[in-house]
Design a protein around this ligand. Structure first.
Ligand code: C2E
Ligand code: CA
Ligand code: CA
Ligand code: CA
Length: 278
């Protein structure tokens, strides 16, 4: 007879096997998917908390996978960061976003600044800067309309080189947004030493402000500190009117979250811009 404790091992092996198979499937389908246009940019607007007008939008990738259907970036970005495909994927997504801005410019329609996510593998790649500058030229874009979102962990890895690269691109007009501020181990030290243009406050700080007085103190003081540092901030993950009210009382500038708008495909995003912005 089998002993009872052989059970967990077989379960573990089965799960592990399935995970490896899934990863392999993702890797096998990434190149064909890129050619087929299965990767698509979604857009999630940022709102001015007072006027409720759209002041920007984050570009977020979605994968309409031939087998799995629409899958979330959390399930494939880590795989592509490991195997390096993230660079090609990000360049493709940025180009799609750049094209949209360029087309709207030609059509004389209202444009909204974008921000894109930059992965750690990408920022240290030699192609990073030439590609970005090439994109601005090809689509006649102003670098100020193309924000770069970096998480603080990217800075920590190599703070001096990062600070240099950031400063160089800022001189060319690019804006840097620190993503997921407060979620890492060195938020304050990164804040002290790296020049940033906008700070995105991680959604874990917003999540429980209605129930937790401690969270209220922490978040309101973060916002207060940003004002003193002259840093505009975006609160991420705002999901209801009660959170919005608190953030407004604390004088948070900008909000992003399901309460205001979910990430949406280009068509819906453009419709929203055309209908709501003058
Ligand atoms: P992130 O950069 O922190 O992006 C914000 C995530 O929060 C997005 O998840 C967005 O859909 C989600 N979100 C927005 N509002 C709310 C809300 O009110 N409540 C909750 N619970 N979530 C909200 P998404 O699109 O699944 O992306 C997950 C992560 O994957 C992103 O986190 C980013 O790190 C990465 N990612 C997404 N797209 C790209 C991309 O094109 N390139 C790279 N390199 N990374 C990407
Ligand atoms: Ca982001
Ligand atoms: Ca974030
Ligand atoms: Ca994140």
């Amino acid at each position: 007879a089998r002993t009872s404790y052989s059970q967990p091992y077989s379960i573990f092996n089965e799960e592990f096997r399935q995970q490896v198979t899934r990863e392999q499937t993702l890797i096998q389908s990434m190149e064909p998917s890129l050619k087929n246009g299965d990767f698509v940019p979604y857009f999630q607007p940022f709102f001015d908390i007072r006027t409720k007008s759209i002041v920007g939008a984050e570009v977020l990738v979605r994968w309409n996978h031939p087998i799995y259907g629409m899958i979330s970036p959390a399930s494939f970005i880590p795989v592509f960061e490991k195997n390096g495909f993230i660079i090609q994927l990000d360049q493709y997504i940025w180009e799609e976003a750049a094209k949209l801005l360029w087309r709207r410019k030609k059509e004389g329609r209202k444009r909204i600044p974008f921000s894109v996510n930059v992965s750690r593998a990408h920022i240290f790649d030699e192609d990073f800067e030439p590609f970005l500058l090439g994109l601005m030229e090809k689509y006649e874009l102003d670098p100020g309309a193309f924000g770069l979102e970096l998480t603080e962990s990217v800075y920590v890895e190599s703070q001096d080189t990062m600070a240099e690269a950031v400063a160089r691109l800022q001189k060319k007009g690019f804006r840097f947004l620190m993503d997921d501020f407060g979620s890492g181990y060195s938020s304050l030290s990164v804040l002290k030493d790296c020049p940033m243009d906008v700070l995105k406050i991680d959604m874990t700080f917003v999540r429980d402000i209605l129930e937790s007085p401690r969270s209220q103190i922490i978040l309101s003081e973060i916002i207060h500190m940003m004002h003193r540092l002259n840093l505009p901030m975006i609160a991420e993950g705002v999901e209801n009117p009660e959170q919005t009210k608190l953030l407004k009382n604390w004088d948070c500038n900008t909000v992003q979250g399901y309460y205001f708008a979910r990430p949406m495909p280009a068509e819906a995003f453009e419709k929203l811009i055309d209908e709501t912005q003058r």
